[in-house]
Design a protein around this ligand. Structure first.
Ligand code: ADP
Length: 464
């Protein structure tokens, strides 16, 4: 500031001196006056340059000036740069927050005080069928027309979510969305939506499962209680007593099988995946299943003239099948269940053909083909559901629990294998398991395979 005065007075002094030189006293007055005006106009021009630059607001274009205006411009430039940095930092932060919201698996919609959409992420677009470009600043009440949502908006009670049909919902693929509003700030609202289709399905499955288990246990239990009451209250002959006790034993065996199969399933779901350390002779698995199948067939057809024609690979072919990596009890349970089902659902005189084939890709295919009743196509996709039975009475008569194929599916999936089912009603069925190459290896030396005494079938996989 001091320099500004010194400069101003120097300017006037120079004006005065030039005036004196030209016209003595009058010249001094006029010289000082002209010098003052010149200085004023020059200062105005400098100030105007600063103002013009400030109007543009670009720190890069700051005028290079000295003196007071130079310092003012410099300070303004620094302040501008500082606020520009702050704006950039908050822009980056906002961008990060919006990216995080965009990545959210839930739908997020930001609403202003009047319920207009200010922003929404892609998940919300999918849930409600919004189009960010088109629907920005539109009222949510106009876009989501579900009566339940309108009621929810009108009641203004947002303590609970409301369940709506998703925009992509169809009769065959229903989509259920849970939507909740969370008020915040100055009348604004955050709308969160979540796809709960899978959750609802899992809950429905859990309910069905509990109902099925209760039913499966309650039926034999009721019969058992009836027999106990009869034994307690009625005077029975020894023959009748023995007959009742036999039937009671059947019912308790049925309950036992259901409980054992349920335990097997829960063990399959809960245990770690089978490793690649344990190699089992395929021959041992096949021999064991053959033994069981022939035993079951003999029991089921004890009173019949005709028997089953059960065909297995020759001992040599069984040996050539090599080895398989996995959990012996699970593999045995899967293979035996399939062969036993073929025995159970094939009438006397029918044939059951068991094969083990090596595949070109190094994998292997185990298959059981029977000439039984077969299964009509609409049942095929549901066969591996728990307690799903096509032929209920045949299943019960032959000691089935409705869990056998569910166990097979789990056991083979855990070994990276797939279960394939093909069937023609009235002609028969083929159940096959395709094992990946990684789990199959050839026998190095012809080894002597002992009968499978060491193989304990899954204690809880009921033998069908
Ligand atoms: P279950 O204990 O009732 O046999 P599974 O899960 O083993 O239960 O099989 C489910 C249903 O699939 C059976 O109830 C039966 O109707 C049908 N099924 C299974 N295997 C065969 C087969 N080889 N031939 C015909 N139907 C079969």
């Amino acid at each position: 500031m001091l320099w500004r005065f010194i400069f101003f007075f120097s300017f006037q002094a120079v004006g005065g001196l030039v005036g004196w030189w030209q016209a003595q006293l009058w010249g001094v007055a006029v010289g000082i006056c002209i010098a003052t005006w010149c200085w004023f106009l020059w200062d105005l021009w400098r100030g105007n340059r600063v103002l013009r630059w400030l109007r543009l607001g670009d720190p890069q274009l700051a005028p290079r000036l000295r003196g007071l205006w130079g310092e003012a411009a410099d300070r303004a430039r620094r302040l501008l740069r500082q606020s520009q940095l702050q704006i950039d930092a908050s822009d980056a932060r906002l961008h990060e927050i919006l990216s995080a919201l965009q990545a959210s698996p839930n739908g997020v919609v930001l609403l202003d005080g009047e319920g207009h959409i200010e922003w929404c992420n892609q998940t919300a677009e999918g849930h409600f069928g919004f189009d960010v470009e088109r629907d920005l600043m539109q009222s949510i009440g106009n876009l989501v027309r579900d009566p339940d949502f309108t009621r929810y908006l009108n009641t203004q009670d947002f303590s609970r979510p409301v369940i709506l049909q998703g925009r992509s919902s169809t009769a065959s693929r229903p989509v259920r969305i849970s939507v909740q509003l969370h008020p915040y700030g100055d009348g604004r609202k955050l709308l969160l939506s979540q796809d709960i289709t899978a959750l609802e399905q899992a809950e429905a499955m859990r309910r069905d499962f509990v109902a099925n288990v209760s039913h499966e246990i309650r039926t034999p239990l009721t019969v058992l209680m009836g027999f106990v009451e009869t034994l307690q209250t009625l005077p029975l002959t020894e023959d009748e007593r023995q007959r009742y006790l036999g039937m009671m034993s059947q019912q308790s065996a049925r309950m036992h099988s259901v409980v054992q199969d349920l335990l097997t399933l829960s063990r399959l779901e809960g245990s770690p995946l089978p490793g690649m350390n344990e190699w089992i002779q395929v021959k041992a698995l096949l021999l064991r299943s053959e033994e069981e199948a022939r035993g079951l067939s003999a029991t089921l057809l004890a009173s019949q003239n005709k028997q089953h024609d059960i065909v297995y690979p020759s001992a040599e072919d069984m040996l050539g099948a090599g080895q398989i990596a996995g959990v012996v009890a699970e593999l045995q349970s899967a293979l035996s269940n399939l062969v036993n089902n073929a025995v159970r659902y094939t009438p006397a005189g029918g044939s059951i053909h068991v094969r083990w084939e090596s595949l070109e890709n190094g994998g292997a295919r185990f298959s059981v083909t029977d000439t039984g009743a077969g299964i009509s196509p609409e049942h095929l996709p549901r066969l591996t559901e728990r307690f799903y039975r096509v032929d209920r009475s045949r299943s019960r008569e032959t000691g089935g629990t409705g869990l056998g194929l569910a166990i097979v599916k789990h056991a083979v999936q855990r070994h990276g294998a797939t279960l394939q089912i093909s069937s023609v009603q009235g002609k028969g069925s083929t159940f096959a398991v395709v094992f990946p190459a990684s789990r199959i290896r050839a026998n190095k030396l012809p080894s002597v395979v002992r009968p499978p005494a060491s193989i304990q079938p899954m204690a809880d996989a009921s033998v069908h």
